[in-house]
Design a binder for this molecule. Structure first.
Ligand code: ATP
Ligand code: MG
Length: 245
């Protein structure tokens, strides 16, 4: 199981414009504090950094509301930045470094930038490597308030689905569906290419026939001209010989 060593939160929800660092020791960590002090916002920050895009899951009406103090004009341009530092000494995340840091930045226009170990990457890349390590956002790694009650009310099929999600089967199922789709597409393209090849082959046959006819015509034409030239010179010789008294 992967372990989050540290979280850095800046401009996200109740966390203002100074980097807040939350260290997590190994084992069970409890966060205590008064109601509304921002405990659950820490969990939302983790979800955010790992690519969550559902406002509902992060308990807001729209993603913009994740920006700290968003409706207060006092501060300048608003930006939310969360970095999640994973302990990767066991290389569970397919990145060759002892610590894997995933950072997400979101500005007021809803533009998002992701970084993997400080290098810009696409969101999908972040999702993929986290899925491989079985610590993706939809894996019940993050259990929000009320989720347990919801799970206890699931039927057998929903429970099976959730267990598959937890052990990471769903990821491979999705990959399989995706691969089958790609395979179908490749087959379709192959069919088109083969049909085109047939057309081209037909055209080559036609051209070959035309070329052979042309060659035959050229040979015959040449031969005809040669014979005509011989005939003409014979006639000329006959005429000249009749002229001699
Ligand atoms: N965009 C934002 N800017 C500033 N503050 C925000 C923003 N979004 C949420 N908050 C603040 O976050 C606080 C709620 O935080 P959170 O839900 O994490 O509290 P909590 O400690 O989990 O509370 P509880 O003990 O009731 O579960 C509220 O005071 C709310 O005003
Ligand atoms: Mg809470």
């Amino acid at each position: 199981m992967v372990h989050i060593r540290k979280l850095e939160i800046f401009g996200f929800k109740s966390f203002g414009y100074k980097n807040t660092i939350v260290n997590f020791e190994q084992g069970l960590v409890a966060i205590s504090g008064a109601n509304g002090s921002g405990k659950s916002n820490i969990l939302d920050a983790i979800s955010f950094s790992l690519g969550e895009n559902s406002p509902k899951i992060m308990r807001v009406d729209k993603l913009r509301s994740l920006l700290h103090d968003v409706d207060n004009a006092k501060h300048g341009a608003k930006i939310a930045r969360v970095s999640c530092h994973f302990d990767n000494s066991d290389r569970k995340i397919p990145v060759d470094s002892n610590t894997v840091t995933i950072t997400r930045e979101m500005d007021e226009n809803g533009e998002n930038i992701y970084y993997l170990n400080q290098k810009k990457v696409l969101r999908n890349h972040v999702l993929d490597i986290l899925e491989v390590a079985n610590c993706g956002i939809h894996k019940l790694n993050i259990v929000q308030q009320g989720t347990i009650t919801r799970i206890s009310e699931f039927n057998a099929e929903e429970r099976r689905k959730i267990i598959e999600d937890i052990i990471g089967l769903a990821y491979f199922d999705e990959k399989k569906v995706e691969s089958l789709k790609q395979l179908d597409e490749a087959d379709r393209r192959l069919e088109i290419a083969l049909a085109r090849m047939d057309e081209i082959k037909k055209r080559i046959d036609e051209l070959e026939l035309e070329r052979n006819n042309q060659l035959r015509y050229d040979v015959l034409d040449k031969e005809l001209k040669r014979m005509y030239a011989i005939q003409s010179s014979n006639k000329l010789r006959d005429i000249e010989s009749t002229k001699i008294p």
